[in-house]
Design a protein around this ligand. Structure first.
Ligand code: DGJ
Length: 760
């Protein structure tokens, strides 16, 4: 609900409010946090009758000193940075006053950007009459978030906008923050900052949103309250947190000002992307606000709050080297194990046998796949699975028919020889003919090959921009949105997976079109556990595409059992990416049992609420939905000697009775070295032939945990069985190799189960 009373405006969400005051044409923030009545505005408003020394005043008595302005311009003693930098006719000083406002039951669509669903809206209209510029400040109210953007309208001489950020100023200075830095295979690495005085900023400016930082970050106050910031945008972005001497903190985010200059001509408008602001009384509440917002308002209608299929993708199993027979064998095995969607990754087109050629030539490679993808699609469909293909539509290899026919379609700075990234060039998406080519390619492939799914990849960063004026990078992103809207309009039910060498474009702009994404090319479970823990503060599990890959990580050479890989991959949308046709029988059985476990808990795994229940020495992330929970428990390095790990399970009914169980796993005997003789009736040599033979048929079973207790006890924390501590291997000790994992399910316990358990 949006309320207005006596110069105050209050946007009430489900459990927060955003309270503003409009006075003398100036808009300032009164409160953003737990919900309050609008009438409290008067009491919460800062008394500015006494100003700090050297404060300046406008002729009509306004001051920028100690102001929580919602549109700060660095004037009248405001010591923090302005949110707008622009010039017009050689002048660059602006002074805007609010002239009017309007409230819309349904938010107006944003010019060219994906507009999240289900928002009402408050719009303030500001003008600097002397400069001939108007600004609209839009506030979109969602159940669990506020969205903000500005629309700048110019009159007369051209205006060049160099920086236009969303800005919020808090009248306190006790924040620390966490940003997620990113590089290939190392996405979402947390970096913590304590803001005292001065400015800290992050800038991601190589084309894709997550080249350097994810657009999501959060701040936490000393009292535990948390604020989340994100952008519905897929390109270069910037954020700054600035703490000032008078105890104020300003947070800004938006398009990166690096290499940005947008000229707005007479009568034209420039609109900034939507900044998303969320609030939580603690970090878990913040993650709930974010996941409700993304699941409810960002994800395309056809997929919102629905579960996704279990996928098989052949990439790490075959890379470019496959034949139709190999693909068929993988598909048969995938079906047998319970997989629902089969994806043929890179290498099915042109003469693509490695990454040096053929991007852009989206015609089947008939040598590898006689009959082309349609034949494979029919085969997979006959097996009873869905079928999908990989594309990298925005790119071209110089060694391709497409490039030979249209060299001018590739992005070039017009002066130097083009740079190559993974041997490829970026197509100039701002060209209408390139947009048509991509739309036709994808739409015809979906129809001709009967695709249920498309993986949309993007594998190089952008450099050598052809022009600064007109702002190339931003135009590129807006062209991408045009292309994606056209495709989605024609194929609304096709499932698209977002990918950019893993997670280089893991942002809300992309999720507005594609309901999930490949988080990282690093499929090592410990690395993924860390990433998932951080990303799940800002994004729901439903957008995580996680695959179980080969035991020895292709990215790290770290060994993890298939069980460990699954226990981490299960939080989100599950897939497999290892060579299924080379599995031992035991591994096949393990995967089949993982899949049936996942099917029984899929809603919970994809659509649940996140709680971080990590402890010393382990990462534990919980997903809770209704009366059930699932915990992914990832140990760090094994520790010597005895200790207990306590597992907390949050969000359940305190008085409810629950049963907590681990998913049963088993361990390869070869992991025990010569300790294997503690459990073997005959003497076995640690690296002899016998152990290899036995381990093909037998694995050592994990402990079995089954605890019956109340929701209160779970919330307080229950002790897990003691971890193996250097003496004796037994079926009741919890054997945790370095970086191994467990999955715990928590379900309500029936009377009968409760009685039976107490008799045990
Ligand atoms: C990068 C992706 O992240 C991988 O999953 C795979 O699709 C390769 N590209 C294919 O080239």
């Amino acid at each position: 609900m949006i309320e207005e009373k006596d110069g105050f405006f209050c946007l009430h969400g489900d459990s927060f409010c955003y309270l503003l005051c409009l006075e003398n044409g100036e808009l300032s923030l009164i409160h953003f946090g737990r919900d309050l009545p609008i009438e409290d505005g008067a009491a919460l408003k800062l008394d500015r009758s006494v100003l700090p020394g050297r404060a300046t005043l406008s002729p009509d008595g306004r001051t920028g000193a100690v102001t929580t302005s919602e549109f700060p311009l660095g004037r009248y003693g405001d010591k923090l940075s302005p949110c707008l930098q622009a010039e017009k006719g050689g002048k660059s000083s602006f002074d805007f006053l609010v002239r009017s406002h309007r409230i819309n039951e349904l938010a107006e669509p944003m010019d060219g950007y994906p507009t999240p669903k289900w928002a009402s809206e408050l719009v303030f209209e500001l003008a600097d009459e002397a400069m001939g510029v108007e600004v609209e400040l839009h506030y979109l109210l969602f159940k669990t978030a506020v969205g903000r953007y500005m629309r700048i309208v110019n009159h007369g001489e051209p205006l060049t906008v160099r920086k236009a950020l969303c800005s919020i100023t808090f009248p306190f200075v006790d924040f620390s923050g966490r940003f997620l830095s990113a590089s290939w295979a190392d996405e979402a690495r947390p970096s913590d900052v304590r803001f005292n005085c001065g400015c800290w900023s992050m800038d991601s400016s190589l084309g894709a949103s997550c080249e350097a930082f994810n657009p999501f970050f959060y701040l936490r106050r000393e009292n535990g309250e948390c604020y989340g910031f994100n952008l519905v945008y897929s390109g270069n972005h910037f954020a700054a947190v600035e703490a000032g001497k008078h105890g104020f903190t300003r947070v800004m985010n938006g398009i990166s000002p690096t290499a940005f200059a947008k000229t707005v001509s007479d009568g034209e408008a420039f609109t900034t992307p939507l900044s998303v602001l969320t609030y939580g009384e603690d970090l878990d509440c913040l993650s709930h606000a974010n996941s409700d917002f993304v699941n409810g308002c960002i994800i395309p209608e056809a997929f919102a709050n629905k579960v996704k299929p279990i996928t098989y993708n052949n990439w790490e199993a075959t890379y470019f080297k496959f034949t139709r027979q190999k693909i068929y064998a993988l598909a048969r095995k995938a079906k047998k194990l319970g997989i629902e969607l089969f994806v043929l990754d890179d290498g099915w087109f042109g003469s693509r046998d490695d990454d040096t050629k053929s991007l852009g030539d989206w015609k089947p490679n008939l040598k590898k796949l006689p009959g082309g993808p349609r034949k494979v699609s029919d085969y997979v469909h006959r097996l009873g699975m869905k079928f999908g293909l990989w594309f990298e539509p925005e790119m071209v290899n110089p060694d391709s028919d497409l490039y030979r026919a249209h060299p001018d379609w590739a992005l070039s700075d017009g002066v130097h020889e083009n740079s190559l990234g993974r041997n490829q060039l970026t197509l100039d998406l701002t060209k209408p003919e390139v947009q048509d080519f991509i739309v036709d390619t994808i739409v015809s492939a979906i129809k001709d090959y009967r695709l249920d799914y498309v993986k949309w990849d993007y594998n190089r960063s952008m450099d050598g921009f052809p022009r600064l004026e007109g702002n190339y990078c931003h135009e590129y992103v807006m062209s991408l949105y045009k292309v994606l809207s056209r495709i989605k309009q024609r194929c609304p039910d096709t499932l698209f997976e977002n990918c950019a060498s893993g997670g280089s474009r893991n942002d809300l702009g992309m999720y507005s079109f594609f309901p999930y994404g490949w988080l990282s090319d690093d499929t090592d479970s410990y690395e993924r556990a860390k990433m998932q823990r951080e990303l799940s503060v800002g994004y729901p599990f439903s957008v995580f595409s996680n695959h179980v890959s080969a035991k020895t990580s292709h990215q790290m050479f770290r060994y993890s059992s298939l069980g460990t890989k699954f226990d981490v991959a299960m939080l989100g949308c599950l897939g497999y990416e290892l060579d299924l046709s080379a599995l031992r029988k035991l591994d096949e059985r393990e995967i089949a049992s993982q899949i049936s476990f996942y099917k029984a808990h899929r809603e919970l795994a994809q659509l649940g609420r996140r709680y971080d229940v990590s402890g010393d020495g382990f990462i534990a992330v919980e997903s809770q939905l209704g009366d059930k929970a699932l915990v992914s428990f990832q140990a760090k390095e094994a520790t010597p000697n005895f200790h207990y790990d306590f597992l907390h399970v949050k969000g359940l009914r305190k008085e409810g009775r629950y049963i907590l169980k681990n998913r049963k796993e088993s361990f390869d005997l070869r992991r025990f070295g010569s300790m294997v003789n503690y459990v073997s009736p005959v003497r076995i040599k640690e690296d002899g032939a016998l152990i290899n033979l036995i381990s093909r048929h037998y694995e050592f079973p994990s402990e079995e945990t089954s605890l019956l207790c109340s929701g209160s006890a779970l919330d307080a924390g229950v002790p897990l069985p003691p971890a193996y501590c250097g003496s004796g291997i037994s079926k009741s000790s919890r054997i945790m190799f370095d970086f191994s994992a467990r999955a715990y399910s928590i379900e309500p316990c029936s009377e009968g189960e409760s009685k039976a358990k107490s008799k045990e």
